[in-house]
Ligand binder design. Structure first.
Ligand SMILES: Nc1ncnc2c1ncn2[C@@H]1O[C@H](COP(=O)(O)OP(=O)(O)OP(=O)(O)O)[C@@H](O)[C@H]1O
Ligand SMILES: [Mg+2]
Length: 328
């Protein structure tokens, strides 16, 4: 309802993860680079963690959008961590297009291994992607460890991406799973946005939605209030900004003022929050130097996708920063 009033073509702050809205912060760039590089260079086992609402599923969708276009890649995408080991294997087999019914667990494993090996022989890439991986049981993580054993002398045959909340780091740190932990080739962590990033994030979403005056609609002092109340967590930024637009429209105001943001934060009880889960060990620094080239390929691809999307692309140039290269 506020769209026409603020000359927007679409809702700027949907909370569903939509790759066309990606705002590439340094962390998001590095994490996407790690996922993409891990798959493309057959690194085997890649882990991405991040607090609730920081953009993990969005990054996976960006990656999968690109992989879908690659004829040499086949992937299984599991987004329910609460499966039994048997259901997990059944699901993967089904998603890869293998006959799964009537098979017991060992038969499923054998079938899967045969499939992965035969694709490897043809130089094809097979990927297992698990979102919400912090919910996986130790038993399933043990199955995954067995799957990481599928390898040739110089590369892994099944690429495994585990993505989840910080509890996943805790799980992988446990003594029972130390063998799996040793197999992690790349590991990255998403964080909340700082004030500058929050500003860029809000502006980019408004511009992509067709706003002719993003900084007039959300002036700097309003962005500062959004950042304060959301603590830079993208999903909360979206919720606050969406509701702020509705409230500003109700007042027929030309822009969103900080007091609107404060009122929404009170309504949503944003002052009362559970502290983020502290992980015992700081995430290892990710070396993405070699990944920079492949990441640029990915962005070129995503830009191509976006360019085809609606007439928006013609009106608002897509601004994508180059990935920052971590020197070691
Ligand atoms: N870098 C970003 N650019 C644009 N939008 C983002 C970015 N990061 C997060 N978002 C948006 O924030 C919202 C939450 O993102 P997402 O669902 O990917 O979070 P998540 O980390 O998977 O959360 P959860 O732990 O609850 O699964 C989505 O609307 C998503 O589009
Ligand atoms: Mg998610």
């Amino acid at each position: 309802m506020y769209k026409a009033f603020y000359t927007l073509k679409r809702n700027p702050f949907e909370i569903t993860p939509d790759p066309s809205f990606l705002f590439p912060t340094r962390r998001h760039n590095e994490a996407l680079a790690a996922l993409y590089y891990g798959v493309r260079r057959h690194k085997g086992f890649v882990v991405l963690t991040g607090e609730v609402g920081t953009g993990k599923t969005l990054l996976l969708r960006c990656l999968l959008q690109s992989l879908r276009q690659s004829a040499d890649v086949k992937y299984a995408y599991v987004f329910n961590g609460r499966l039994s080991p048997f259901e997990f294997l059944q699901y993967i087999a089904g998603d890869l297009g293998l006959p799964a019914s009537g098979k017991n667990k060992s038969e499923l494993l054998l079938q899967l291994a045969g499939y992965v090996v035969s694709r490897g022989e043809k130089k094809l890439t097979t990927v297992l992607v698990v979102d919400e991986a912090h919910l996986l049981s130790t038993d399933i993580l043990e199955e995954i460890r067995l799957l990481t054993n599928l390898e040739t002398a110089d590369e892994k045959l099944l690429q495994i991406l585990l993505v989840g909340q910080p509890e996943l780091d805790e799980k992988l740190d446990s003594v029972d799973l130390r063998q799996l932990k040793q197999r992690i080739a790349l590991r990255s962590r998403l964080a909340s946005l700082d004030l500058n990033e929050t500003q860029g994030y809000i502006e980019r979403r408004l511009q992509l939605a067709g706003s002719p005056d993003a900084s007039g609609l959300f002036p700097p002092e309003t962005v500062a209030a959004v950042h304060r109340h959301s603590r830079g967590i993208p999903r909360l930024i979206n919720t606050i900004c969406e509701n702020a637009l509705i409230a500003a429209y109700a007042r027929q105001a030309s822009g969103v003022t900080p007091d609107i943001i404060d009122a929404i934060a009170t309504d949503f009880r944003l002052g009362i929050h559970t502290p983020p889960v502290e992980t015992k060990k700081k995430t290892e620094e990710l070396d993405v130097r070699k990944a920079a080239k492949t990441l640029l390929e990915l962005y070129a691809h995503l830009q191509g996708e976006q360019a085809r999307e609606e007439e928006l692309a013609a009106r608002v140039p897509v601004r994508v920063t180059e990935p920052r290269v971590t020197e070691q």
